[in-house]
Design a protein around this ligand. Structure first.
Ligand code: GAP
Length: 514
């Protein structure tokens, strides 16, 4: 049972990340850099394991998906062609009294979320009074829910139309009509809404002028599109096929808060699946399901995920949805599944003057393939895994422990080896066990403090197994293995340790469940 109050939980995650070497603020000795973070010794391992699981699930087990590693810098025309120079904007609005800047769309979405909360409260209230619920109460609850839902629908429709028409005056008018106030000043004294491009730029070479501006990629996807033909030809790929990659992306986010949820430098894991035109909606549905299953396989709880279909489609999409995760601050986007049509390849074809087509030997035609994209933020995934795993457990006798119930395959260390005492040949035997295991598993060694304290340290970083070498080990070549989640111990043969760790902690154990 958790003993942490919900309001402290998020703060607790951030301090746990720092205390145990998962995440540090970037350049902390200089007071940090806003919305940029560094992964420490534990975080780098956890992040690598999540990335490996994604890579294996996307590339290794699909014969028709290959992986690449494109450069962060790309020819600047890439971003003109993709639409990012002209359309990768956030609508911004300032409050004249507090001088704080907000994303206009976020202000409206938060207003809608508050109405959604009211609906949830009505439904919860009704469920609680279910037994003595009469017809009049039913009708009035229903009427209230409908009134709220109508309000949400009309805001959403108006907002979508305003954005699609790039009508920023109307976006401001919506904010005024909804009487949205600045959370700092409490006033409605808003500036006009302006568009703000999210791409960072720098320049190549010694001279800085318009001609050598280059961008830090805001998504990894374009590195895949511009390599579509290289990969298709050299890999002799037949439709449908996918190209995957993981790597850094950069966005000059205005509303950069909530720890690693929204960063200015982050990592994406994206896959573009190239399909025959006309089949894209079937593949879109396929990847929606496949990606949700991947998240569910982590075992963090099915109730923590939901789909959210997009109202406002990005400039390249004809269908799009998010897989949302229940973060400590509510359900938020974790992964996007987008049907990107042939937009990107056609644009690159036009801007580069090079044909980016596929010759279909079955129908004898050439065409530009359609694309279904899966795009997940590695840092957000990290946060979702960590936040769902961190528990403060009350123990018998009034004691408590902090434990990270990470999926064992993702844990930074798979096991920790302890000699019970620092004498009698126990450290030597423990070290030899460690030596045998370390080529296949990340294993920690600890001989300091009592075994109880050592267990606590490993619980806090999510190590699934602690192996203790005691005097009996010298006699019969067995050790105790203590399970993180149940705290139960078994006595097992040293010779079986490798097999046990493989069975319980390998990424294959997750892959097989897909
Ligand atoms: N290629 C499509 C694309 O980039 P997106 O919805 O803008 O789509 C995909 O981003 C995923 O990248 C998001 O679902 C999120 O997990 C992650 N992401 C986006 N912006 C981020 C940020 N500023 N910080 C951390 N993760 C971010």
């Amino acid at each position: 049972m958790s003993t942490i109050k919900p309001e402290d939980f998020f703060k607790n995650i951030i301090s746990h990340c720092k205390e145990y070497g998962f995440i540090f603020q970037s350049s902390e000795i200089y007071d940090g850099l806003s919305a940029v973070y560094d992964y420490g010794q534990m975080g780098a391992e956890l992040k690598k394991n999540i990335r490996d699981y994604w890579w294996k699930a996307m590339v290794q087990i699909h014969e028709n998906i290959v992986g690449i590693d494109a450069a962060i810098f790309m020819h600047p025309t890439t971003w003109k062609a993709s639409g990012h120079v002209d359309a990768f904007n956030d609508p911004l609005i300032d409050n004249k009294d507090s001088k704080k800047r907000y994303r206009a769309d976020v202000l409206i979405e938060e207003h809608v979320a508050k109405i959604e909360d009211k609906i949830n409260k009505e439904v919860e209230k009704a469920a609680k009074r279910f037994e003595n619920f009469d017809a009049d109460m039913f009708r009035s609850t229903n009427a209230r829910v409908k009134e709220y839902q109508d309000k949400i629908d009309s805001i959403n429709i108006r907002f979508k139309m305003a954005l699609n028409a790039n009508n920023l005056d109307e976006v401001k008018q919506i904010i005024l009509d909804l009487e949205i106030v600045c959370p700092i000043s409490g006033t409605k004294n808003w500036t006009d809404v302006r568009q703000f491009n999210l791409m960072f730029n720098t320049s190549t070479g010694a001279v800085t002028d318009e001609s050598n501006i280059i961008y830090l990629r805001p998504e990894t996807a374009q590195g895949i599109f511009v390599n579509y033909l290289n990969v298709q030809k050299t890999g002799r790929m037949k439709l449908p096929f996918g190209i995957a990659q993981t790597g850094k992306a950069f966005r000059n986010e205005i509303v950069a808060r909530q720890f690693i949820f929204r960063m200015r430098e982050f990592e994406q894991m994206e896959m573009q699946f190239f399909v025959k035109p006309g089949t894209e909606m079937d593949w879109y549905e396929y990847w929606k399901k496949a990606r949700l299953n991947w998240h569910l396989s982590l075992g963090l709880g099915a109730e923590k995920y939901r789909y959210h279909d997009h109202l406002k489609l990005a400039h390249y999409a004809n269908a799009a949805c998010d897989i949302e995760h229940q973060f400590p601050f509510g359900f938020k986007e974790l992964e996007g599944i987008h049907s990107r049509t042939d937009f990107d390849l056609k644009q690159h074809q036009e801007f580069s003057g090079k044909k980016l087509q596929y010759f279909d030997s079955e129908t004898n035609e050439s065409y530009v393939p359609y694309v279904v994209e899966t795009s997940v933020g590695l840092d957000r995934l990290f946060l979702s895994v960590l936040a769902s795993s961190l528990k403060e457990e009350a123990l018998e006798g009034g004691d408590s422990r902090t434990v990270l119930n990470l999926p064992p395959a993702l844990a930074p260390y798979k096991a920790a080896v302890f000699p019970l005492v620092k004498k009698d040949g126990l450290p030597e035997l423990a070290e030899s066990i460690m030596k045998d295991l370390k080529f296949d598993f990340m294993v920690a060694y600890d001989e300091k403090d009592t075994v109880g304290k050592r267990y606590r340290r490993q619980d806090a970083i999510g190590t699934p197994f602690c192996i203790t070498v005691d005097h009996q080990s010298l006699e019969d070549k067995t050790v105790t293995i203590r399970h993180r989640d149940t705290m139960k111990q078994d006595r097992v043969a040293i010779a079986d340790l490798h097999k046990i760790l493989t069975e319980k902690t390998s990424i294959n154990s997750l892959l097989r469940a897909l």
